[in-house]
Design a protein around this ligand. Sequence first.
Ligand code: SAH
Length: 455
Amino acid sequence: MTAPVKKNDRVTVYIEDLTHEGLGVGKVDGYPLFIHGALPQETAEVHVLKTLKSYGFAKIVELKEPSPDRVEAPCMYFGKCGGCQLQHLSYEGQLHWKENMVRNVMKRIGKIEAPVRPIKGMEHPWNYRNKSQIPFAMGESGPIAGFYKSRTHDIVDMERCLIQMSEADIIMANLKKELEKIGIEPYNETTHQGMLRHVIVRTGRATGEVMVVLVTKKRKFPQKDAAVEVIRKLIPHVTSIVQNVNSEKTNVILGKETMTLWGKETIEDTIGDIRFEISARSFYQVNPVQTEVLYNQALEYAGLTGEETVIDAYCGIGTISLFLAKKAKQVMGVEIVEEAIEDAKRNAELNGFTNTYFEAGPAEEVIPRWYKEGKRADVLVVDPPRKGCDQALLNTIIEFKPKRVVYVSCNPSTLARDLRILEDGGYKTMEITPVDMFPQTTHVECVVLMSRVEK
Ligand code: SAH
């Protein structure tokens, strides 16, 4: 197809959709233009920035007909910072778009016909993030800290973020001002020089405990006492300050080695009536209010009576496992990060569970081995990372024949792909519930119930 428009053309388009990155989609004779800041149902005059073979990019020159759901983005960094994509869309509008997006992706990618239930949104969709990973660098007039611009490693120097909890704001706004005084140089990605790469702030919403992780290039960190003193002054209620060493030239934030500099090694939080201890390197859901909603939905779909053996694949620190262990005969969890499995075992003990078993390793290797050893499960829960389940694991689920599969997913596309494979292997998708874990962004979480139809 040759593009019906060229660079610097001006055209008026109607916006039909939003991409996963939050760009408006308008078509000229069927040729899609991706438009920054445009929303569905809007008509805009746009300036074409770039044309490729099958699509192009444009920016708004004049908004002729705004969407009824358009709002003023409350954050001053919106549009620059890559963290949020949807602040210019009302929260109702965001929920509506996410629910429909899930519905469309299920049909288009997975040919899944199951009903998509109304999305579960938040009452106050702000200040929800309990964990922020803040990159530091040297700016033109001193150290800077904030979040990256979309698709770059350019830091937007920020003082606050409206979706994170207040402790992360304190670090973001103030720590950079103290670095020169105590002689800590921010890391430079290009030259691989400097010391401080990222600071991670994690808050236990229910307990008020706070962990600050300083990710340093070197193990030897002569300014550590001064750093501890500054952080304790900035956040008097901090409970844990740890150093993580990452000497690699990499985009991965955390390195393998973690040392406690001050206070406790872990922080504690509670979800529902279960307590969790969380280490610096362990995964823990970032929206604690919605985590409870998500886990309760998973628990409902698991349909437990007390007689079932349950497998929790990709179990992290055992959060879903313990939620299910309240109602199951036995729960077996598997997770690739060893520290997370240590946390899971400690968490089971902390809460007095004796019906859980945890093992570290890749789910796609451990579960097939369990199967060979003769273990069986009535219900299998999976909660994989964005890339979805490994094919080997899906094959094992089909052989294992649990009565129900509960699939928790943060990526509708890989979810739809995996549901199709399981449907072809003898399962039926019963229903899908989207949960808004990430307000103001285009991300959406889903919980799915599948039942075995073939014996
Ligand atoms: N269910 C947990 C964690 C979900 S996040 C919770 O709700 O908190 C996904 C988890 O999968 C992460 O903890 C990650 O470390 C783990 N993981 C990634 N690849 C894996 C694999 N191949 N096998 C097992 N676990 C894996």
